[in-house]
Write a protein that binds this ligand. Structure first.
Ligand SMILES: [Fe+2]
Ligand SMILES: [Fe+2]
Length: 479
């Protein structure tokens, strides 16, 4: 499991919010906040998914010692940072050696950053997040702050809920919270800019927060200029916000239902799921070593939304290719690895052009040809060969993967492209991939899909022994 969570415990919610704001602005960790030790003990008893614990001594000596003891007893091999610990505790406590870093409060946020960097390497390949979580307490500390504010939809896209000129009220925020949207987000550039102001007077701010005094900060113009936001929707009214939240929930539900039905159909279990995710990580690692591909992959990695064909498509394709290998009893690791690799890469040069990635056959292409530019037409027609060339240059490409990519738009009758090869010239795994790909499209487009109907269509569409074998096995599946 990916350990990317930070546990943060303290007695002052506003201080935790501030620390969280700084961590989120500077890193990609998820932060889980606790204001009491009972919840923390319960969480630590059930979970191992954290990579760091940060505990504030202001909890009181007893509670702080208990937190530390819980951590020691858990034997989690992760660092423990202690904030604002007095000298006498450092000298006496029996578990003091288990504390990895002591961080004072005079320059709290920046010292905390330095400590985090000491223990965690920032992965340069990781796409930086454009948005940063911000709590209401941090936001309202700034007088005269005029900025766009966002929420994260269940699909992972962001929705602009306030424009610069709007006034933000706590009441509105609660309204969205009731719809299951908990957090507000700022653009990363804005949060970094605000953080600079905070850090200039951090000692004073922490003292005020800890003594429950109101913090009032002045923004320091110029505010960063943000344009060309990707992955963002906009809502013009409150009703529209609610509507978009509902829509996104619906979309997410639909995708979950598809996945559940596929799981049931193929008896897709936890072990197979792990198999897929292991192979996906391996593929991504290999791809990230090639800068030109890594760049394309980032484009593919935008979050799902109704128009976001590529990502849904790839996720489902990895799953269905693996599932078909299992029903074919081709369970060798290398086979699954190959197909997951192909699933990720087969249309990678089209990741910025989902309308092209949707086209499957030459007929599909002919229908829309006139609406495409010459560049788009060439991009589409040449993508199998272009991608083959790209992956052939990679050191870790699984054997035959580039051939399957080259052949993924061929078709049994010889009417496909680029070569118009008929089925006897296609690899057995190309047959699996072509059918899996077809099945994925069918499932996404057909709300009442069932495998029986698909095998009927497929029997008509495909011929040749490699294709027939796969279809025969699909016919045996019962839901
Ligand atoms: Fe393609
Ligand atoms: Fe595709």
């Amino acid at each position: 499991m990916n350990k990317s969570k930070i546990i943060l415990i303290g007695n002052n919610k506003n201080l935790l919010d501030l620390i969280c704001f700084s961590l989120q602005t500077n890193f990609r960790f998820e932060v889980i906040k606790f204001t009491n030790i009972v919840d923390l003990i319960e969480y630590m008893g059930e979970n191992d998914d954290f990579c760091l614990i940060i505990s504030d001594y202001a909890l009181g000596e007893k509670q702080f010692s208990n937190t530390l003891k819980t951590f020691v007893d858990k034997k989690a091999k992760v660092p423990f940072f202690a904030l604002g610990v007095p000298k006498k505790f450092k000298e006496k406590n029996e578990n003091r050696d288990s504390i990895s870093e002591f961080i004072g409060k005079t320059n709290l946020l920046e010292d905390l950053n330095i400590a985090v960097k000491k223990y965690f390497q920032v992965d340069e390949n990781e796409t930086p997040k454009d948005f940063c979580e911000v709590s209401f307490s941090v936001l309202t500390a700034f007088d005269g702050l005029e900025t766009d504010l966002f929420i994260e939809l269940p699909t992972g896209r962001y929705l602009k809920i306030y424009r610069t000129e709007d006034e933000i009220t706590e009441e509105d925020v609660t309204k969205y919270q009731n719809k299951g949207v908990e957090d507000l987000f700022l653009h990363k550039k804005v949060s970094s800019w605000l953080l600079k102001t905070i850090n200039k007077d951090i000692e004073n701010i922490v003292t005020k927060i800890e003594s429950n005094q109101e913090v009032k900060l002045e923004v320091e113009p110029p505010m960063p200029n943000i344009k060309d936001l990707k992955n963002v929707d906009e809502a013009k009214s409150e009703e529209e916000v609610i509507e978009k939240i509902e829509e996104a929930k619906e979309e997410e539900k639909k995708f979950e239902e598809i996945n559940q039905k596929v799981d049931q159909l193929f008896k897709f279990d936890k072990k197979m799921e792990k198999e897929v995710s292991d192979k996906v990580s391996k593929t991504l690692k290999a791809v990230k070593k090639v800068p030109s591909l890594a760049k394309l992959l980032k484009k593919l990695n935008v979050s799902r939304n109704p128009d976001d064909y590529c990502k849904q498509h790839v996720n489902l394709l990895c799953k269905i290719c693996t599932a078909i290998c299992h029903v074919m009893e081709w369970r060798q690791e290398a086979t699954i690895e190959k197909l997951v690799f192909v699933s990720y890469l087969h249309d990678i040069t089209l990741s910025d052009h989902p309308h092209l990635a949707r086209l499957q056959t030459k007929e599909d292409f002919e229908k829309v040809k006139d609406s495409l530019s010459a560049k788009e037409q060439a991009l589409f027609l040449n993508h199998p060969e272009q991608i083959k060339e790209l992956v052939d240059k990679m050191q870790e490409t699984p054997a035959d993967a580039s051939t399957i990519i080259l052949q993924h738009h061929e078709n049994c009758a010889g009417t496909g492209f680029p070569y118009g090869h008929s089925s006897n010239r296609l690899l057995p795994l190309t047959a699996v991939f072509i059918i899996a790909h077809d099945l994925v499209n069918y499932i996404i487009n057909e709300p009442n899909w069932n495998i029986k109907d698909f095998t009927l269509i497929a029997s008509e569409r495909y011929s040749g022994s490699n294709f027939n074998k796969v279809i025969r096995k699909l016919k045996d599946l019962k839901i």
